[in-house]
Design a protein. Structure first.
Length: 507
């Protein structure tokens, strides 16, 4: 990538894809961000920036979800919820809530690891969105978390604990330090981020739900309260619905900035950057344009950086896939094979659920781009197994895919299939046609509103296939792009499929 002239302003979103529930820190001149990964593997993405505008994906902190057996099949709304990223005692720390298990913690000497195995700090159902604080003045440590009604039966409250300074355990039973039910008009209080500033304990926490809510700030002279509250960021007359849940970070020169998400349907939770300052009169933080999200703003006063974004394209050198890809469950050996050339070689995994991609763990996925774009990949089906198939998919509560399938007579057909959210199996979205060489160029054009048109080329030129398909999110997750290879249940190895030249191009 070549350097571009530094512009004086940036435009939101700065991460235009589903980087849900972001948290951000600065260490020296470097900024790091992590986000929710739910049931996808590897989890806990790690992003890096020098200017808070241009971000690159540098890895993941969590190799597998545990217990491994519980995540051997897709659990799209489980796993890693709303992590907090911190740097303390020359180590990086990430705390997150698994709504079915409790609050976990990992740490590492460097952002790229090695990261420790997950340690369960607090066991229980519905414990979500934890954030630690090490008070550098007193040496004490604290932790605050929220609650998920779906598991715990309660929500709209924040619970605080004293924490052992080594981050491994809590030192008390916990106390509700903010009860949203006692604040008129507040509901679904969650996602707290805990800070110490200007002699106060601060909790920056959203409320009101992801699509229509707001960002709140709470402050108290003592950690256990009482806290006073204020709404510090809301939609007002902008088109940024529900601007909330994120992290406060300060630059080396003392500028303050706030990173948060906006829920955008099938695109998931895209990330915005807001200017932030502390009001000299009353000491409260002021976010955005006097509490409204900015669409564009002067860049942070930081050294100019090259234009950058998390990678999407992949040539799969040696059969290896890039950091942008995640499986829909804990992977098994043999799903992807390394080899001497380029191209992703996926085994046609035998599965009784091949009729419904939403139930399968062996899908390699990445985020749907938040702008109109064309997705293209070359596919060759090597399997001789009748019923074996491979393709390119758009996945959510509904799904659509286009690819190749081996027929009972040995021929290979180009097929295009879909399933509605209420359907438990797929059906044809386009008319099958022969792919005489067992290969095809596949293309999905994603237009406004995540409306997708499918195309194929089996050697006779590009052709459209089927009607428009409107991508849908999964419950807490934006729609995903996926590559897969499958075969019916049976004995023995079922062959493989090779994907090459994966590209996402803006339209």
């Amino acid at each position: 990538m070549t350097a571009e002239p530094a512009e004086e302003t940036y435009r939101n979103p700065v991460l235009n894809a589903d980087w849900s529930d972001p948290d951000v820190i600065r260490v020296g001149d470097d900024f790091y961000l992590t986000a929710s990964s739910f049931g996808r593997v590897p989890g806990l993405p790690l992003l890096h920036s020098r200017d808070l505008v241009n971000w690159t994906l540098i890895g993941h902190a969590l190799e597998r979800l545990e217990p491994a057996a519980e995540f051997s099949s897709p659990r799209h709304d489980c796993g890693v919820w709303a992590p907090s990223l911190r740097h303390h005692d020359d180590r990086f720390w990430i705390f997150w809530g698994d709504p079915d298990q409790g609050i976990f913690q990992i740490n590492a000497p460097e952002i790229r690891g090695p990261w420790t195995r997950p340690h369960l700090v607090k066991e229980g159902k519905g414990l979500i969105d934890p954030c630690p604080l090490w008070d550098e003045e007193t040496g004490e440590a604290y932790l605050v978390h929220a609650w998920a009604r779906s598991r715990a039966g309660v929500k709209n409250r924040l619970t605080g604990h004293r924490m052992h300074p080594d981050g491994t355990s809590l030192m008390d039973e916990g106390k509700v330090i903010v009860d949203g039910d006692r604040i008129p008009g507040w509901f679904t209080l969650e996602g707290p981020k805990l800070h110490r500033h200007d002699g106060w304990f601060w909790i920056l926490a959203p409320a009101g739900g992801v699509e229509t809510g707001w960002q709140g700030a709470f402050r108290s002279r003592g950690f256990f309260g009482p806290y006073e509250e204020k709404v510090v960021l809301e939609q007002k007359d902008t088109d940024v619905n529900g601007p909330h849940q994120g992290g406060w970070v300060r630059t080396p020169s003392g500028e303050d900035w706030f990173v948060h998400f906006q829920q955008r349907g099938a695109y998931g939770r895209v990330v915005h950057l807001q200017p932030m300052r502390w009001d000299g009169a009353d000491g409260w933080p002021v976010l955005g344009d006097d509490g409204a999200p900015v669409a564009a703003h002067r860049r942070p006063a930081l050294p100019p950086q090259q234009a950058a974004a998390p990678a999407t394209d992949d040539d799969f050198p040696g059969g290896r896939y890039g950091r942008q890809w995640q499986w829909t469950a804990n992977p098994q050996a043999g799903w992807a094979t390394q080899h001497s050339g380029d191209g992703l070689r996926l085994a046609c995994v035998r599965s009784a659920g091949a009729h419904d991609l939403r139930t399968l763990p062996n899908l390699l996925t990445q985020r749907l781009p938040g702008i109109p774009a064309a997705v293209e990949v070359d596919l060759r089906l090597h399997s001789e197994e009748p019923g074996a198939r491979a393709g390119l998919a758009v996945l959510g509560d509904a799904f659509g895919w286009i690819g190749l399938q081996r027929g009972a007579d040995g021929t290979v057909h180009l097929v295009h299939r879909f399933a509605e959210p209420v359907a438990d199996r797929e059906r044809d979205a386009g008319h099958p046609c022969l792919a005489p060489e067992g290969r095809a160029r596949l293309r999905i054009e994603i237009g406004a509103g995540a409306r997708c048109r499918f195309f194929h080329d089996v050697g006779t030129g590009p052709r459209p296939s089927g009607p428009v398909f409107a991508a849908t999110p999964w419950r807490w997750v934006g729609a995903l792009l996926g590559l897969f290879a499958l075969a019916p249940v049976g004995p023995g190895h079922a062959g493989a499929a090779t994907f090459t030249h994966f590209r996402i191009t803006p339209l």
